[in-house]
Design a protein around this ligand. Structure first.
Ligand code: NDP
Length: 497
C-alpha cells in the first residue's frame, strides 16, 4: 500500500495524535497548550466567507473555448486570433435571489459567468441565461434586489414587494416574461443559453470599433421544469444542478455551447429605433444576425469547490485588448460594483488566488494590504512607484482604444420617458405556442398569489399594453387559481371537521 503523507499543523509541524485532545488526566479539563486543537477549532470558525449578496448559490466547472470561425475583422482580441485556437476557462452558473443553501431548481434568472484565461489577461463575461435584465438604470439595482430578498421584519421573501416594484417599473416586464416562461426554470445549467446581456465593443487591428452582443447557445437543448415538477424535485433534492453538472462531467458527457456574436457597426447606434445600450432590450436577430465564433466545452470538475468555484471572482471590468465596454449604464456600474464586491468578500488581493490568477505575466504598482503573497509585481526589484528609473513596468500606448464620441448635458434623465417597454416582450409573447402561453399565465398568476388586487391591477395594465391576450390570460389564470385554492381550503376544513 502507498505510504500516506505526514499530517502536520499549518506551520508544517508533524502531528502525533489527531484523535485525542491533550487533557489533565483522562477526564480533562483541556490544556491551553494544545495548539493543534485550538488551530483546528479556529480554522473551523473561519471556514466561511460572506456569501455573495446576489448569485450566492452556484455551480461551475473548468473547460475550454475553441474558435471555429474567423472574426478577426471585428476584433484583435488574441482569444479569437485563429480558427482552432483553444483558451482555458472556468464557468460559474447561479441563481440570483436564493442564498447559499437555497434549492437549485427554483424559478429564477440564472447567472452565466465565464472567465477566459487569455494570453493578454483574464476576460470575464458575467452574464445571465437571459438576454435582458429587469432594469436599465443601475440606480434602481439595490431597490430591485431588496424586492427579491427577505423582508426586514418577516424575514420572508415578499411577492408584494416584487409586484409593487415591477408594477411601477414597466421596463422589467420583458425580463419578467422570460422569468415566468419555461426558461425561468431550466432543468439543469446545461439546458440553458447564456448571454453577455450588455452591449460590449470590439476593436479590430485597424482600431475600428463595433458594438457586440455575446450569445452562448446550449447544445444540450432547452429543457425545463414546471412549477409543480420543480416543487416535487426540490422535495427530493435541493442540489439538482450540482448533481447534474458534476455527474455529467465526471461521466465524460461534457456540455457544450455554441458561442455567437451580434455585431453592430459603431455608427448604427444612432439609427436603431431602440437604444442599443439599454439592458432591457435585445437586438432583433433579423437586424443583427448571429455570427458563429466558437464552442465552449466544460470538461473538468473542480478538485475543491470552495477554492475554485466559491472564490472564483468574475467581474465585467476584466476585459482584454480588442474587447471594450459600451455606454450601457448598468454595465458601467457593474464595472465598479463587481470588483468591489470581491475586495469585500474575498479580500484586496482576490486576484492572487489560483482560480483568479491570470495565466500571463502581471505587473502593477499596487502595494501591500492583507494577504499580499505576491510580493513586488512591478517587474524590477527596486521599482515601487511609476515612473521610475529602475526598469519597472511601463504603459503600452499601442493598446489605447479609439476615442468614443459622446455628447449631452449632465443631468438625471428620466430613463422611462419615450421608451417602448412593450414591443419586445410582445415579440417574445408572439413566438410562444398555446401551451407555452398557458404555462406563462399560470406561473405569473402563482407568483402574484396573495398580493393586493390594487398592485396586481397596476401590473395588469402594463401587461395589457404588451398584449390584451397576455393580460387576460393572466386574469383567467388568477381566477382559476383562486377557485382551486378556495376548493382546497374547503376540503381541508372538511378534513379538520
Ligand atoms: P427571433 O424569432 O429571431 O428570436 C426569438 C428568440 O427567442 C430566439 O433566440 C429564442 O432562443 C428565444 N426564445 C424562445 N423562447 C424563449 C423564452 N421562453 N424566453 C426567452 N427567449 C426565448 O426574434 P427576435 O430576435 O426579433 O426576438 C424576438 C424576441 O425574442 C425578443 O423581443 C426577445 O424577447 C426574445 N429573444 C431575442 C433574442 C435576441 O438576441 N434577438 C435572444 C433571446 C430572446 P433560441 O433560438 O435559443 O431557442
Amino acid at each position: 500500500m502507498a505510504k500516506t503523507p505526514r499530517m502536520t499543523t499549518t506551520a508544517g509541524n508533524p502531528i502525533a495524535d489527531n484523535q485525542n485532545s491533550q487533557t489533565a488526566g483522562p477526564r480533562g479539563p483541556l490544556l491551553m497548550q494544545d495548539y493543534q486543537l485550538i488551530e483546528k477549532l479556529a480554522h473551523q470558525n473561519r471556514e466561511r466567507i460572506p456569501e455573495r449578496v446576489v448569485h450566492a448559490k452556484g455551480w461551475g466547472a473548468h473547460g475550454t473555448f475553441t474558435v471555429t470561425n474567423d472574426i478577426t475583422k471585428y476584433t484583435r482580441a488574441k482569444i479569437f486570433s485563429e480558427v482552432g485556437k483553444q483558451t482555458p476557462l472556468i464557468s460559474r452558473f447561479s441563481t440570483v435571489a436564493g442564498e447559499l443553501g437555497a434549492a437549485d431548481n427554483e424559478r429564477d434568472v440564472r447567472g452565466f459567468a465565464v472567465k477566459f484565461y487569455t494570453e493578454e489577461g483574464n476576460w470575464d463575461l458575467v452574464g445571465n441565461n437571459t438576454p435582458v435584465f429587469f432594469l436599465r438604470d443601475p440606480y434602481k439595482f439595490p431597490d430591485f434586489i431588496h424586492t427579491q430578498k427577505r423582508h426586514p421584519r418577516t424575514n420572508l421573501r415578499s411577492a408584494t414587494a416584487m409586484w409593487d416594484y415591477w408594477s411601477q417599473s414597466p421596463e422589467a416586464l420583458h425580463q419578467v416574461t422570460i422569468l415566468m416562461s419555461d426558461r425561468g426554470c431550466p432543468k439543469t445549467p446545461m439546458h440553458m443559453n447564456g448571454y453577455g446581456s450588455h452591449t460590449f465593443s470590439f476593436i479590430n487591428a485597424d482600431n475600428e470599433r463595433f458594438w457586440v452582443k455575446f450569445h452562448f447557445k446550449t447544445r444540450q437543448g432547452h429543457d425545463f421544469y414546471t412549477n409543480a415538477q420543480a416543487a416535487e424535485l426540490i422535495g427530493k433534492t435541493r442540489e439538482g444542478y450540482q448533481e447534474a453538472l458534476f455527474d455529467a462531467i465526471e461521466e465524460g458527457r461534457y456540455p457544450k455551447w455554441d458561442v455567437k456574436v451580434q455585431i453592430m457597426p459603431e455608427e448604427d447606434a444612432d439609427k436603431t429605433s431602440y437604444n442599443p445600450f439599454d439592458l432591457t432590450k435585445v437586438w432583433p436577430h433579423d437586424e443583427y444576425p448571429l455570427i458563429d465564433v466558437g464552442v465552449m466545452e466544460l470538461n473538468r470538475n473542480a478538485d475543491n469547490y470552495f477554492a475554485e468555484i466559491e472564490t472564483a471572482a468574475y467581474s465585467p471590468s476584466n476585459i482584454v485588448p480588442g474587447i471594450g465596454f459600451s455606454p450601457d449604464k448598468v454595465l458601467q456600474a457593474r464595472i465598479f460594483a463587481y470588483a468591489d464586491a470581491h475586495r469585500y468578500r474575498i479580500g484586496t488581493h482576490y486576484e492572487q488566488l489560483p482560480v483568479n490568477q491570470p495565466k500571463c505575466p502581471v505587473h502593477h504598482y499596487h502595494k501591500d494590504g492583507a494577504m499580499n503573497v505576491m510580493g513586488q509585481m512591478t517587474g524590477a526589484r527596486d521599482a515601487y512607484y511609476e515612473p521610475n528609473s529602475m526598469g519597472g513596468a511601463t504603459e503600452s500606448p499601442a493598446y489605447a482604444e479609439p476615442p468614443l464620441k459622446i455628447s449631452g448635458d449632465a443631468d438625471r434623465y428620466n430613463h422611462r420617458e419615450g421608451n417602448d417597454d412593450y414591443s419586445q416582450p410582445r415579440a417574445l409573447f408572439d413566438i410562444f405556442d398555446a401551451a407555452q402561453k398557458l404555462r406563462l399565465y399560470e406561473n405569473t398568476a402563482e407568483a402574484m398569489y396573495g398580493v393586493d388586487d390594487a398592485i396586481i391591477d397596476r401590473a395588469l395594465e402594463h401587461y395589457d399594453q404588451i398584449s390584451v391576450e397576455y393580460g387576460n390570460g393572466i386574469r383567467a389564470a388568477r381566477a382559476r387559481l383562486s377557485k382551486s385554492m378556495a376548493a382546497d381550503a374547503a376540503r381541508q376544513q372538511d378534513v379538520d371537521g
